[in-house]
Design a protein around this ligand. Structure first.
Ligand code: C5P
Length: 223
């Protein structure tokens, strides 16, 4: 029996990178390991939530207690899965590093070298998953991540407003923090103010983040 702060709350989490195929053997990806999102999923499940994890390609086991995991590859696939699940979720935590662009077309066969001639890849913009969830009639409590290499708080605050989020977890990438790292440090920003969770391992950080999300969620939607 779990009487944690998210008991019975349906939490949707997206995690990991997206891979955007160029041809049958190549893709555009990014350096997200999925570890932060998976740690958040583990912490939410431990807090009693019914967790659905939508995951890009990662080398991680599904955390204990996660009710459902949906594996996707591209941003479009993640968009489809998240939009379907979001309608039946109370909280959506967008921890995935979604590719902003995809190749305009996927070559049917492996592309060949061009004898020294330059190759141009034409890219099309991917849909913004969080913004689409925010635009739903009954949108869940929304938590975004902002991984930046500079001006972390300014960019994060801007994203909170622009994407109509309830909370944003901002982190500086680089210097042993963020992508591919064991440790992270987060600044949590909501409409009331901001709070910094100092550097520690992603598991502890995820537990602190889930505690803050649970408190805000219940404050906004008293049950
Ligand atoms: O990429 P960006 O810094 O704008 O990401 C901020 C937040 O928006 C993250 O939570 C990320 O998961 C989400 N996002 C999204 N769909 C995109 C790009 C980002 O949901 N296409």
């Amino acid at each position: 029996f779990n009487d944690g702060p998210l008991r019975g709350v349906r939490v949707l989490i997206s995690a990991g990178p997206t891979f955007e195929d160029i041809d049958p053997v190549r893709y555009l990806g990014n350096r997200s390991s999925g570890r932060m999102g998976y740690a958040v999923a583990a912490a939410a499940a431990a807090a009693g939530a019914e967790v659905c994890l939508v995951s890009g390609p990662v080398c991680l086991d599904t955390p204990a207690g996660v009710a459902r995991r949906i594996d996707v590859r591209s941003a479009q696939q993640m968009y489809d899965a998240v939009l379907t699940e979001a309608r039946a979720s109370d909280i959506y935590i967008a921890a995935a590093a979604v590719g902003d662009y995809r190749p305009k077309g996927v070559a049917e066969h492996k592309m060949k070298k061009r004898d020294g001639a330059p190759l141009t890849l034409e890219l099309a913009e991917n849909p913004d998953i969080l913004a689409a969830v925010a635009a739903l009639d009954a949108s869940p409590f929304l938590v975004g991540f902002a991984a930046e290499t500079r001006d972390v708080e300014t960019y994060a605050r801007d994203k909170l407003e622009r994407k109509k989020l309830d909370m944003i977890a901002a982190n500086q990438v680089g210097g042993g923090l963020g992508f591919e790292a064991e440790d992270n440090a987060l600044t949590l920003i909501d409409r009331q103010g901001s709070e910094t969770l100092p550097r520690c391992d992603k598991r502890e950080l995820a537990q602190a983040l889930i505690a803050r999300i649970a408190a805000q969620f219940h404050a906004q939607r008293p049950s």
